[in-house]
Design a protein. Sequence first.
Length: 146
Amino acid sequence: MATEPAPKMIFVNLPVGDLGASIAFYAAVGAAPNQDFADESTQMMSFSESILVMLLTRERFQGFTPRKIPDAHETAQVLLALSETSREAVDATVESALAAGGTEPNPRQDHGFMYGRSFADLDGHIWEVAWMDMAAALASGRSAEM
């Protein structure tokens, strides 16, 4: 009998300028610090059991790649997306990010079946926060537009 594969996890590694400020920021938007994976240059923040953000000082991050680390306030390498359970939860997450010092780099998007807003963290990394009525999206035939 075949066994189920273990659920996949994602570890988002982000270079940060001020580790303490970034820990406080991510805690404000709902991520919990995991002290099992922390030291003076690194802190794991958990959004869920499978969505984990590794905050690394720029020096620590540089140890993992020979490539130049871009300034996320000026360039974008990725757009990170986080789902929420409702429109209200999207708004609450983004409002928490703004209150913690983040910015809202893009206008909100409301497509009826999908609602989203975004925030940029203290280092400029952009997070898209979205709610979607999956049944309505599939029924509309617009799911391919996402």
